[in-house]
Design a protein around this ligand. Structure first.
Ligand SMILES: [Mg+2]
Length: 405
């Protein structure tokens, strides 16, 4: 069966530090941290920078939103286009247009694994174990899967082997688990607001937040804490024990990604039954192999950052062999099509991007058209039954193509 070749790859960005100011259209998109003021996602959330007073209140103050959205478009020689979005902005555009393009153009739309291996190998001398380069490779990989699906007229999840469940069920990440419960989600994950530099008072305040939500949400609703790399093993252990009386289900990303020994120690130290999770800031398959060996309960790769869908499938296999769960970090449709095919992904994350968590807004709003949100905390697989990832670019979003080749 003959398939078309890839004629062109193009990279665009929206938002970030080099976007045109004042147009008001750069907010959100794949760089979902780039939100307006008075948003829960930038309200005194604990980070590795919180120990500096100047950067304690706002993550935008230390530059969490400088990258902006990267959009990669691939076009087959029959005119069909695929695309994907991730975080990477203008710098990602350079990597795609000036480096990765050589591995993409001229190949068949089904040469995804070959292109992926050449992108990984060709950037190994400057990619490190994750970060911007891996975000960019991920975005290209997702665009290739989207194109393949659109060329053959099938949703990506069917290309991966098909669904193992009829619907996805979601927990919600945001500041208001009590509101998430009303929307039908199975749990709520809150950011921590305090860290080791705040001492035991910080632990008391974040534990009090969990206690308050336990009271509001009843005994069985899942409650979790996301610590965004802000802690050390001792602090995380004490916080976990302080939250045990309120049946905290898991404690997430307590430590920086490279502290594998710390994660192994934390896993041994938390109260019995409480889960230890992490992974959204890890990149490359090898990182997840090492992370898996620490014994964390759930690995949480971001499909837009870990190396793409091709790598996520491999990570899921590593986890499956150990009996671990893989519950990807947010990522909307790019995760949905993967996890509905994974036997070790029984639930998914929905990231609340509405400022007060009182409405359901698509995670990558406004850049995707057709991006579904859960209804009653669920998305049925029939919602995914559109070619590729089932979404289109919003033509109202102004994007720039800073480089060509
Ligand atoms: Mg997280």
């Amino acid at each position: 069966m003959s398939l078309p070749n890839i004629k062109a790859v193009r990279a665009f960005f929206m938002g970030g530090a080099t976007a045109d100011k004042g147009k008001g259209k750069g907010k959100g998109g794949a760089d979902y941290h780039d939100q307006g003021s008075k948003h829960w996602i930038d309200d005194h959330i604990a980070t590795p920078m919180s120990k500096y007073k100047a950067y304690e209140q706002s993550r935008q103050s230390f530059g969490i939103n400088v990258l902006g959205t990267l959009v990669v478009e691939v076009e087959a020689d029959n005119g069909v286009k695929g695309f994907a979005v991730s975080t990477g902005g203008e710098m990602g555009c350079f990597i795609v247009e000036k480096h990765l393009n050589r591995f993409i153009e001229g190949k068949s739309v089904s040469d995804i694994k070959l292109i992926h291996d050449q992108m990984i190998g060709g950037t190994m001398y400057y990619a490190g174990s994750g970060g911007l380069v891996m975000n960019t490779i991920s975005c290209v990989d997702l665009a290739l899967w989207d194109l393949f699906g659109k060329v053959v007229g099938l949703p990506v999840y069917r290309l991966l082997g098909g669904a193992v469940r009829d619907e996805l069920q979601f927990y919600a990440t945001g500041a208001r688990p009590d509101l998430a419960k009303g929307f039908g989600f199975i749990g709520g994950k809150m950011p921590t607001h305090w860290g080791p530099h705040d001492g035991d008072a910080g632990i008391r305040k974040d534990a009090a937040m969990v206690a308050d939500m336990r009271e509001k949400c009843g005994p069985d609703f899942w409650l979790m804490l996301d610590c965004w790399m802000s802690q050390d093993v001792n602090y995380a252990t004490k916080l976990a024990h302080a939250c045990a009386p309120y049946n905290l289900k898991w404690i997430e990303e307590c430590l920086p990604p490279q502290q594998y020994a710390g994660y192994a120690e934390l896993k041994r130290s938390v109260p019995p039954g409480m889960l230890v999770t992490t992974g959204e800031h890890h990149g490359t398959l090898q990182s997840f192999q090492t992370l898996s060996e620490t014994g964390v309960d759930i690995m949480q790769p971001d499909v837009g950052w870990c190396g793409g869908l091709t790598t996520l499938v491999e990570i899921a296999a590593i986890a499956k062999a150990r009996g671990q769960l893989v519950v990807p970090h947010g990522s909307s449709v790019y995760s949905h099509h993967a996890v509905i095919t994974f036997t070790n992904s029984p639930f998914s994350e929905f990231l609340m991007t509405s400022p007060d968590c009182a409405t359901l807004r698509p995670q990558f709003d406004p850049i995707l058209v057709g991006e579904p949100v859960p209804e009653g905390g669920r998305i049925h697989k029939s919602v995914l039954d559109k070619p590729g990832f089932g979404v289109e670019l919003n033509p109202a979003c102004e994007m720039k193509r800073p480089y060509t080749h």
